[in-house]
Design a binder for this molecule. Structure first.
Ligand SMILES: Nc1nc2c(ncn2[C@@H]2O[C@H](COP(=O)(O)OP(=O)(O)OP(=O)(O)O)[C@@H](O)[C@H]2O)c(=O)[nH]1
Ligand SMILES: [Mg+2]
Length: 208
């Protein structure tokens, strides 16, 4: 899974017990097109050994699975990923990574049940794959942030404002860059989402 950095090495394999003070558990889903790095993100930030349902892609998937542009990818999520991260002593996020392939999308609506917020991961090489995720989240009225997983590291090639326009994202939806392989970067995505949820809750409170 990519190159491990000193930041993510060792965290996913460990078993950090949940602190006694933990009182707020939030369910978060990570969605997006095929191969954008959803499993990678859950793995790199999770403080428990994540549950993954990866299967090796075989010849049987040729012509069914659209692997265009993803020559190095050998496995795919067939149900979901599950991980956990404590943002602070009291707030714990339960992370569910969705399967990206179209033939497993029927699982998504169930996965959304009880979800407080979502991360949409985007790969600029396959931007169209993001539409379905954004559409489903808007349908469920689930607040979300969009994180661009920069596979080539080239932030200048597709600036964020260009991506915002291409995805027709309203201004209030946070849009950030990330590297799903790096724990600190993945954690930053989650903190951005929690901040967004908090701001939304405040806005709703003052409106009522
Ligand atoms: N170069 C590079 N590779 C990445 C990055 N993020 C993920 N990868 C690699 O891209 C591949 C796809 O990542 P996954 O995490 O399996 O993607 P996924 O979205 O879970 O895929 P599905 O579940 O099949 O939809 C893996 O081989 C990762 O190591 C990145 O930021 N840069
Ligand atoms: Mg996956």
């Amino acid at each position: 899974m990519g190159s491990a950095t000193s930041e993510n090495r060792g965290t996913a394999g460990g078993r950090t017990p949940l602190t006694d003070a933990a009182e707020t558990g939030l369910k978060i889903v990570v969605v997006g097109g095929f191969g954008v790095g959803k499993t990678t993100l859950v793995r790199s930030v999770s403080e428990i050994r994540p549950l993954n349902t990866e299967e090796v892609m075989t010849q049987a998937g040729v012509g069914v699975d659209d692997t265009g542009g993803l020559t190095a990818k050998t496995t795919t999520t067939v149900a979901f990923d599950f991980g956990r991260i404590s943002l602070n002593d009291r707030m714990v996020l339960y992370l569910f990574g969705a399967p990206g392939q179209e033939r497993f999308w029927f699982l998504w609506d169930r996965l959304f049940s009880g979800t407080l917020g979502a991360v949409v991961l985007v790969d600029t090489r396959r931007m169209d794959d993001s539409w379905y995720a954004i559409d489903r989240l808007e349908h469920h009225r689930t607040p979300f942030v969009v994180a661009v997983n920069r596979f080539d590291g080239d932030l200048a090639r597709h600036p964020l404002d260009e991506i915002r326009r291409a995805l027709a994202l309203p201004d209030h939806v946070p849009l950030i860059d990330c590297d799903a392989r790096v724990r600190a970067s993945g954690k930053n995505v989650l903190v951005t989402l929690v901040d967004h949820l908090y701001q939304q809750a405040l806005a709703q409170e003052s409106a009522s």
